[in-house]
Design a protein around this ligand. Structure first.
Ligand SMILES: [Zn+2]
Length: 575
């Protein structure tokens, strides 16, 4: 019989991937279990489907590996994106312009208004790598000039995140340390006629900006100095006055239409308390701080592109040195937004567990899920300084991580939805289980009698008379399977390793604990929260898990790499 077109395509893709993974030779058993995994409905006529799959497999195996790669590249290009960047594994940061060894100063300027995420990691890694590349300095500067949003908690979280990423700034400072200096330069700009006090209400400001028309405050400058004294002395309250840059109201670049340089915020500042009420915007503070801090190369994400003209003009008018400004694209993963606008409601409505939820792209979340700082660094460097706005797939980060943790993760047994197998003619025995298939990591002993548990998903595939192998144990032949009762009877056959029988994992009745694996999925599908963003796999693990401490990486066979959470649960990092 023939199989339907979709199944045929699926089979071809899986076989091609498998062939490329294994030096040109796809293996029937692993291919079939993958196909069944994606398309359980064909289980019922698997006997008819297998010959067809075998036919495709033989045809693909007969091709050269180069041809297989070519075909896979056509059908599934993303496979190579992940593979390629991991194999290259090198920094692709281009040299900087106007950079001299020992003289380069970069800065990472986060606002302490939230928990650091993968986007911060990208900026911080690039800033640090360039400082290292030129034996220069990295400044960590908390851009804390909006007391509405900033909290000590966030300064600490950023420090902790950087320390986890192994990023060591040479200088740590706050923009708020320089608030008097920023006020000084603000007054200077006003005195030079390049800034003015605007008393218009927000709607008028917005309206005139969009039309490109100047307001009365800009036109009638006779009161500017008087109002300037008033605004610096605390005469005005919130929304009554702002200091605006005298740009070009009809500029094509809307960022030049008299942007705000200072606004009044009467909230308590986490570092300065209630002393200060007139706060510079990022537009004003960033160029001045960069220039005075000696920053030679200022990296910013592409969304600031329009503001570069303003950055340079402010420094030019104030006779301050202008750093090189370099843009890079902001980093976020498909389905994993980093914006607080999207993430904060999830936390407030308790749709996720907090900022360390393993579904989130926060550094805390990624750490808890089992991503290593080294993988994040290599991944960021593999992206380089691109300006393209495409979102990379998290699979690329996963590929870097897998390469690092594979050799460090013990292989353990876990089964979900337990199904009880009673084995006739089985002797009680102790099985020596290697902790890693290829690396010397010792072994552990598992005590087995005549009862083991397997996953119900595996049990569903069993048919009377079928022979299967319990991984590292022995072969059994199925007698009866009762899916309703979740138990079955099998018979011990022999110990011989056989090529073409299915191998399934199990846990021993004498050596098991109740165990949960949390499986994070994409948080968003399109713009909607994925209702299935966290799957919970409940079952049994071997009792060895009780000896593992939080943060240990393991690989549960056929489930994936996991990060141990506690003695009762782990989080699936990735396959
Ligand atoms: Zn005005």
């Amino acid at each position: 019989m023939d199989i339907d077109e979709d199944t045929q395509k699926l089979a071809e893709n899986i076989i091609l991937r498998n062939a490329v993974d294994y030096n040109g030779r796809a293996r029937l058993d692993s291919v079939i279990s993958k196909i069944l995994g994606s398309r359980p409905q064909i289980k019922s006529n698997i006997k008819d489907v297998i010959p067809k799959i075998k036919e495709i497999l033989e045809q693909i195996n007969s091709l050269s590996i180069e041809r297989q790669r070519e075909l896979l590249l056509q059908k599934c290009p993303s496979y190579f994106d992940a593979k390629k960047v991991v194999e290259k594994n090198e920094s692709v940061l281009p040299p900087l312009i106007n950079a001299n060894i020992g003289k380069v100063v970069t800065r990472f300027p986060p606002e302490p208004n939230g928990y650091p995420h993968i986007g911060h990691a990208k900026a911080a890694v690039i800033d640090e790598e360039y400082a290292k590349m030129y034996s220069g300095k990295l400044i960590l500067r908390f851009d804390d000039t909006n007391p509405l949003n900033e909290k000590i908690e966030y300064y600490d979280a950023i420090l902790e995140g950087l320390s986890w990423l192994n990023i060591k700034p040479d200088i740590i400072k706050n923009t708020s340390d320089d608030i008097n200096l920023l006020h000084y330069y603000g007054r200077k700009l006003i005195n030079k006629g390049s800034a003015y006090i605007c008393l218009c209400d927000q709607t008028t400001i917005h309206d005139l900006r969009s039309k490109g028309i100047p307001c009365q405050c800009r036109i009638h400058t006779d009161k500017t100095l008087e109002n300037s004294d008033k605004i610096f002395n605390g005469y005005y309250h919130k929304n009554e006055a702002i200091i605006r840059f005298k740009g070009k109201m009809d500029s094509d670049n809307t960022a030049m239409r008299d942007p705000t340089l200072f606004r009044i915020i009467e909230n308590t500042h986490p570092k300065l308390g209630d002393k200060i009420f007139l706060w510079p915007t990022y537009d004003f503070a960033a160029p001045i701080e960069d220039s005075l801090d000696g920053v030679t190369h200022a990296f910013r994400t592409k969304e600031y592109e329009l503001r570069n003209e303003l950055y340079r003009q402010i420094l030019t008018i104030l006779d301050l040195r202008i750093p090189e400004v370099i843009e890079f694209s902001r980093l976020e993963f498909e389905g994993l937004p980093v914006s607080k606008r999207k993430l904060k409601p999830l936390i407030e409505e308790k749709l996720v567990e907090g900022w360390a939820d393993p579904r989130l792209p926060t550094l805390m979340g990624l750490k808890r899920r089992g991503f290593t700082p080294d993988a994040i660094r290599r991944f960021v460097l593999s992206l380089g300084i691109t300006l393209s706005e495409t979102k990379p797939s998290i699979e690329v980060l996963e590929a870097f991580n897998r390469k690092i943790i594979d050799s460090k993760s013990k292989r353990l047994l876990f089964i979900d939805e337990p199904f009880k197998l009673t084995i006739k003619n089985a002797n009680r025995k102790k099985v020596l289980f290697k902790n890693h298939p290829s690396i010397e990591m010792g072994s552990r002993e598992i005590d087995v009698n005549n009862v083991v548990f397997i996953s119900s998903k595996d049990a569903e595939k069993l048919k009377n008379g079928m022979e299967i192998r319990l991984i590292e144990l022995y072969n059994i032949k199925v007698s009866t399977i009762d899916m309703a009762k979740k138990e079955g009877l099998v018979e011990y056959t022999d110990d011989i390793l056989k090529e073409n029988i299915q191998k399934i994992q199990w846990v021993s009745e004498l050596d098991m604990v109740k165990y949960t694996i949390l499986k994070p999925n994409k948080l968003f599908i399109g713009d909607k929260l994925n209702p299935n963003s966290l799957e919970v796999l409940e079952g049994f693990a071997e009792s060895y898990v009780n000896t593992l401490s939080k943060g240990t990486m393991v690989q549960f066979i056929r489930v994936g790499f996991c990060c141990i959470e506690d003695t009762k649960s782990a989080i699936l990092t990735h396959k």
